[in-house]
Ligand binder design. Structure first.
Ligand code: HEM
Length: 266
């Protein structure tokens, strides 16, 4: 961030140059289309071919990636807030994560409007591209504590993407931050805190928000595999996996297994 006394801001809060820095002399500034760079944005989806569903397919994936970015930013915020004992901020960020994840689950329905026949026509144009190569999806998993190093061994990872995953692998996860927060709060037994009829502990509120994130991600995996089975049946995926068979093997993944196990001890 640059200093406010030095005149109008020319870089954003993330340090990137602003596309339209305010001039400070009262000019009207860019309108909606320019501010959002709509000309560039709407020209982005690849194509076009003559295929009816091509545009929808690419747009849906691009929208997912934009929401993944929002989720990553908010998960980082939640993790860092836990490390600084800022529970209200951690809850604020995790609430948004859950809300966006519900949107992501709902959006699977849009993909289900693609008929199997239409997807079969589109499939050759996808070559070997697949969601399995989504680096942001893997970053969300790593940041949430599910750090499977095998994903770094994929031959189709671009060097910059491998570097991002390595960074996520090395940095603390949400689970690390939550353990730290819990220690600073006297390391209580969470199952004991859960035993009350109306839970009233800050620590438990964070634990429940993390469980929401875990559950919603898992619901997305399940919605995705149902949608995939409707569209391609048991065929292998474009990314080289066995398809639905592989996706089903991921359904039991959990970010915070201890937050699920403690319920059995109640
Ligand atoms: C017609 C729509 C879709 C079909 C048929 C489809 C199919 C598949 C298949 C077969 C796989 C297994 C990997 C492989 O390709 O071998 C996969 C993985 C994956 N797909 Fe999709 N997909 C679709 C839409 C989407 C969308 C919109 C997203 C959003 C980004 C997405 C994200 C993913 C992710 C993240 C994985 C990896 C999951 C994991 O490794 O746990 N997919 N998809």
């Amino acid at each position: 961030m640059n200093s406010s006394s030095a005149g109008p801001e020319t870089v954003g809060v993330n340090g990137c140059p602003l596309a339209h820095p305010p001039s400070g002399d009262g000019d009207a500034g860019p309108g909606y289309s320019d501010l959002l760079r709509l000309d560039e944005l709407l020209a982005l989806p690849p194509g076009p071919t003559e295929l009816h569903d091509e545009h929808l397919f690419y747009v849906a994936h691009m929208i997912y990636e934009l929401w993944f970015k929002v989720i990553l930013d908010e998960l980082e915020c939640a993790r860092d807030s836990m490390f600084t004992d800022d529970v209200p901020r951690a809850l604020y960020c995790l609430r948004r994560v859950g809300t966006v994840e519900r949107v992501l689950v709902g959006q699977v329905e849009v993909l289900e409007t693609i008929s199997p026949g239409s997807f079969a026509k589109l499939r050759p144009f996808l070559y070997q591209a697949s969601g399995i190569q989504s680096v942001q999806f893997r970053e969300i998993e790593f940041l949430s504590g599910l750090k499977d190093e095998h994903h770094l061994a994929r031959g189709d990872l671009r060097p910059a993407d491998r570097a991002s995953l390595k960074r996520r692998l090395a940095e603390p996860s949400l689970g690390d931050a939550f353990r730290d927060l819990r220690r600073r709060h006297g390391d209580p037994d969470l199952a004991e805190l859960l035993r009350v009829e109306i839970p009233d502990s800050d620590l438990l509120a964070v634990a429940e928000a993390l469980t929401d994130h875990d559950e919603l991600f898992s619901i997305w995996r399940s919605r995705h595999v149902h949608m995939v089975e409707r569209i391609i049946g048991a065929k292998p995926g474009t990314g080289g996996s066995s398809g639905v068979h592989y996706l089903r093997s991921t359904l039991n993944e959990r970010f915070f297994p201890e937050l699920w196990e403690m319920r059995t001890r109640l």
